[in-house]
Unconditional design. Structure first.
Length: 187
């Protein structure tokens, strides 16, 4: 019985030390996006306990029908006190990976990502980086989805426009009683 308790205590301490080691180096969070009028907020805030740690923030969502996506995240460094260094911004899902682009200047990081033609599916938008401020840091951003008509819908619309144009052109032409064609509109 004593051996069993000792083994259980040793196992529990190993599990706790491994969990503490992982918690000391990485922050992994997953959130589900909720869209209001095709727009959703993304972001995270880290306190002083996160200083020097790396993070991965995953924002998942499901989208139906064809759609396009634009997203941006911004991080502002306030001296040495508050800051995060975002090192990657990606969209994955449904067999695609889109990578964001970075524009930065003194104390300001802006990542933007555009994916113009996506199919129905489950997607994950990920921000990866490190907390650099001595009291923590944060980042925030916006995701916008817009419906993209399917190719068949576009083809039907163009076909309908062509038909309306044909009918309008045909109505402009009239047959005279003598059997010659003329144009109702003056030349």
């Amino acid at each position: 019985m004593k051996k069993f308790i000792l083994k259980a205590l040793v196992s529990a301490s190993l599990v706790a030390s491994c969990a503490a080691a992982n918690a000391a180096t990485d922050i992994n969070n997953t959130s589900t996006l909720v869209f209001t009028n095709n727009t959703s907020f993304i972001g995270a805030t880290y306190g002083s306990a996160a200083v020097g740690k790396t993070f991965t923030e995953d924002f998942t969502f499901t989208q139906g029908g064809g759609f396009g996506l634009t997203a941006a995240v911004v991080s502002i460094t306030l001296g040495a006190l508050s800051g995060v260094n975002i090192t990657g911004f990606t969209l994955t899902g449904n067999g695609i990976t889109a990578t964001g682009s970075l524009a930065s200047s003194s104390g300001l990081q802006t990542w933007t990502l555009t994916a113009p033609s996506l199919a129905t599916g489950i997607y994950t938008l990920a921000a990866v980086g490190k907390v650099t401020g001595t009291t923590g840091g944060s980042f925030g951003g916006n995701v916008n989805v817009s419906p993209v008509p399917e190719a068949s819908t576009t083809a039907m619309m163009l076909g309908g426009l062509a038909l309306v144009g044909f009918i309008a052109a045909r109505r402009r032409r009239v047959t005279n009683p003598a059997g010659t064609t003329g144009n109702l509109m003056p030349a």
